[in-house]
Design a protein around this ligand. Structure first.
Ligand code: GLP
Length: 262
């Protein structure tokens, strides 16, 4: 794991954008595949990618985007459905063509229909060669995507019940708590681990405990984001506030300084 602590959220977003760009294939052999997270954490990163596009450093017009998750049961076009969110916050910002955005299908009325769509989603990711770089945020309860505490470390895309904590955290996007869906379809932790590179962004003191548990606690289903420890190419970009509870901080800073002190 590479843990990079930056002074401000804006700096953390810049570092995360560089980690994303460095992980995308550039040989032109196949279209790049970018895994996309919703939430406030990666917004600065998407803005930085938009800046890189404007500067001519990268072009996402041939990139495929795959969302991590989607609510079950929101009407098509609902502004808080993750398809709509990603169209606004990613496609419009980085020039990813909307027809190249895939989002898990949460419109099914029953579990078999939702599960069939979840399996088709996994197939589609595989057909396109797998995710090159997966952008991640972390929930205050340690969730990744919508993999709530207790999610199997090898899980695949499936229907999940949202925790009360997550529903309360996300109620700010809806009229009230009762409007927040109770279920979602989310990539599993095993699906996320298949991505070639993971880039997690976390900022603010509300994430400090979850970040410390994920990076320095035991690898366990109670802290879904601890699965990052199992991946061979994870970059974690934090601001000072989100890094505040890390015990091994000095080592991360030394390692980030590179080989200058040999
Ligand atoms: C949401 C999303 C996650 C996101 C997390 C944190 O519910 N499903 O993918 O990482 O919660 O959100 P935020 O970045 O707004 O704190």
């Amino acid at each position: 794991m590479e843990v990079v602590v930056s002074p401000t959220p804006e700096d953390a977003a810049g570092r995360a954008a560089e980690a994303v760009l460095a992980g995308l294939p550039r040989d032109g052999g196949r279209d790049p595949v970018l895994g996309l997270a919703t939430g406030s954490s990666p917004l600065g990163l998407y803005q930085e990618l938009g800046r890189a596009v404007a500067e001519g450093r990268v072009d996402f017009s041939r990139t495929h985007g795959f969302a991590l998750d989607e609510y079950v049961g929101l009407p098509p076009g609902h502004p808080e459905g993750y398809r709509e969110v990603l169209l606004r916050e990613v496609c419009a910002v980085i020039g990813l063509p909307p027809e190249r955005l895939s989002v898990p299908d949460g419109s099914g009325d029953d579990v078999p229909t939702l599960m069939a769509a979840a399996r088709a989603y996994e197939d589609r990711i595989r057909e396109l060669g797998g995710v090159d770089v997966q952008v991640l945020g972390i929930g205050a309860n340690g969730h990744l995507g919508f993999n709530e505490p207790g999610s199997a470390l090898a899980s695949r895309t499936r229907v999940k019940r949202l925790s009360d904590r997550t529903r309360r955290d996300n109620a700010r996007f809806f009229q009230g708590l009762e409007d927040v869906p109770t279920h979602c379809v989310t990539q599993g932790l095993g699906t996320i681990l298949d991505a070639r590179r993971l880039v997690l962004v976390a900022t603010g003191d509300a994430k400090a405990d979850a970040v410390a548990a994920a990076l320095e606690g035991p690898l366990m289903a109670s802290v879904p984001a601890s699965v990052l420890q199992w991946h061979r190419d994870t970059v974690v970009c934090l601001d000072e506030a989100a890094a505040a509870a890390l015990r091994n901080r000095q080592y991360y800073d030394d390692a980030a300084a590179g080989l200058t002190e040999r």
